[in-house]
Ligand binder design. Structure first.
Ligand code: DC
Length: 230
């Protein structure tokens, strides 16, 4: 029976890698909730929105449509902002530098959370983010909370961004991750925290396969549990 799986955790600890692999194995939909906050940030930057002004934010959100579409070539779900594929442009450090500020805005969270909840209505979904197990799907059948040592996270993100932009420095990445983790876990609305019923997964010393095996075992257990109860 289809369930909802939430994967929350700190920046760059491999949430999306695990979530994508898990969704693929289970034939579930994968949704990257962080991509929504990144796409909104891109819109705000492009349209010079003053996000300290609530009125301006509310008005801007009315002009934003966010959709996900499965790319059969890459076999991955990609995000569209007002009909434009922005999957790659939102990964830029320019967006990463502002996204935590934008994601802390109450109106922005309300906008994103209601869309995320809609996407999970039919279950059969793996969603990663910061507040998925606590706010978006507090009743999800399986919640995973991911962690990894900061040095490992910085190195992983550096490798990923360096491929696209060889001018990026390790110090820039480290500063950005520390700043985002601080803002994400200290904001007033839905701060990053582990849901009480979430299972911790520290992947500092784990391979991608180890993590997938672990998550698959948990997911299968929850599915069986659901069938037994039903
Ligand atoms: O997962 P990510 O690094 O792409 O997320 C980008 C930012 O979006 C992150 O710094 C915090 C914010 N975010 C959030 O506040 N809530 C979520 N559910 C997902 C991401």
């Amino acid at each position: 029976m289809a369930i909802i799986i939430t994967i929350d955790g700190w920046s760059a600890c491999g949430k999306s890698t695990l979530a994508k692999a898990l969704a693929k194995k289970l034939g579930y939909v994968y949704i990257d909730s962080g991509a929504m906050y990144r796409a909104i940030t891109l819109y705000f930057l492009r349209h010079h929105i003053d996000w300290t002004d609530t009125k301006e934010v509310k008005q801007a959100l009315k002009n934003i449509t966010i959709e996900f579409s499965f790319n059969t070539k890459t076999q991955e779900s990609e995000i569209y902002l007002n009909g434009e594929n922005v999957e790659y442009v939102i990964r830029d450090l320019v967006i990463a530098e502002k996204v935590s500020d934008v994601a802390a805005i109450k109106e922005v969270r309300k906008f994103a959370v209601s869309r995320q909840q809609k996407l999970g209505e039919e279950k059969g979904i793996v969603m990663d983010g910061r507040d998925i197990g606590t706010t978006v799907f507090p009743k999800a059948e399986l919640k995973i909370f991911m962690e990894a040592d900061e040095t490992v996270r910085v190195e992983r993100r550096f490798k990923e961004l360096f491929e696209k932009n060889p001018n990026v420095t390790i110090e820039e990445i480290k500063t950005n991750l520390e700043m985002r983790d601080y803002i994400d876990s200290h904001r007033e609305v839905s701060p990053l925290r582990k849901a009480e019923d979430a299972i911790e997964l520290d992947n500092t010393h784990l391979t991608e396969k180890d993590q997938l095996d672990f998550a698959l075992q948990l997911a299968t257990g929850k599915m069986v549990e659901k069938i037994t109860i039903a």
